[in-house]
Design a protein around this ligand. Structure first.
Ligand SMILES: Nc1ncnc2c1ncn2[C@@H]1O[C@H](COP(=O)(O)OP(=O)(O)OP(=O)(O)O)[C@@H](O)[C@H]1O
Ligand SMILES: [Mg+2]
Length: 245
């Protein structure tokens, strides 16, 4: 059965898009058919991260306006069998309303095992649209108070929309920096503050950031990619021990 997961954070730049692409890549690598939906209208970026920019003709807004079918907005990612992208509108004013996005997703979701929705920063209308079709959510935080506050805020909004299955991703974890900053006793303290169940800790890893930013997320050797693979396994319901504790 299709599983529709939104990646959220509240605060910008915590790594939502990186997690969406890494997770989609890991699930596709494991044999799943995965649709990534870019909901960051006006700040479209997943096409770059997935190396499909040259192929794009239509986006979500074109399907809404009737210029194309919803299937026309689904692009296969080169070199990543099983991974597909539905790009965000280029213009922020073409942002899609929640119910409309829900209908679009319903129209294509059945041919995928997983639909991953990358939400924009903040809790505005773009965020509301992104969470509307979702059945479960990953909240991405870094080890800083502002990011954790953002995580708490979006978790509240997600619950308010009836999404109960919300899991925490701690991204860009760097043990040395974490100790030097001394803001938290340990990672358990962060998990306690958010009151969310942890699904994974992704290390700070510039080789992963570079691979994803250059559209080469297929590079499965980066240490952070291993963490994303583990998260993908946990999403599939498998028991995988945490790498960092
Ligand atoms: N684990 C990581 N290690 C190193 N760099 C990372 C990691 N995760 C993300 N980054 C970097 O952090 C920056 C922000 O990442 P990303 O664009 O995925 O965040 P975002 O939450 O989607 O941002 P926005 O809110 O603007 O959509 C990028 O430069 C990305 O390469
Ligand atoms: Mg993003």
């Amino acid at each position: 059965m299709k599983d529709i997961i939104v990646i959220a954070s509240g605060k910008g730049g915590t790594g939502k898009s990186t997690v969406a692409v890494g997770l989609g890549t890991a699930l596709a690598h494991d044999g799943c058919r995965v649709l990534l939906i870019d909901c960051d209208s006006g700040m479209r970026g997943l096409d770059i991260m997935l190396g499909v920019t040259q192929n794009l003709v239509f986006d979500i807004a074109d399907a809404v306006s009737g210029s194309c079918t919803v299937e026309n907005t689904v692009y296969p990612c080169p070199d990543k069998k099983g991974l597909f992208l539905m790009p965000a509108p280029l213009n922020a004013y073409d942002e899609v309303a929640p119910q409309i996005l829900g209908q679009l997703v319903e129209g294509v979701a059945d041919i995928f095992d997983y639909v991953i929705i990358d939400s924009p920063a903040g809790v505005g209308s773009g965020f509301e649209a992104a969470i509307y079709p979702a059945k479960r959510a990953l909240v991405v935080v870094n080890t800083e108070p502002t990011s954790i506050r953002g995580g708490q805020t979006v978790a509240g909004k997600l619950r308010g929309c009836g999404i109960e299955d919300i899991r925490l991703v701690i991204n860009r974890f760097n043990k040395q920096t974490f100790r030097k900053m001394g803001l938290y006793r340990d990672l358990d303290e962060i998990i306690d503050i958010t009151a969310l169940r942890l699904i994974g800790i992704i290390p700070e890893d510039y080789s992963l950031a570079a691979a994803i930013q250059s559209g080469k997320s297929g590079s499965m050797t980066a240490p952070a990619m291993k963490a994303l693979e583990n998260i993908s396994q946990r999403i599939r319901g498998r028991l995988v021990p945490l790498m960092i504790k």
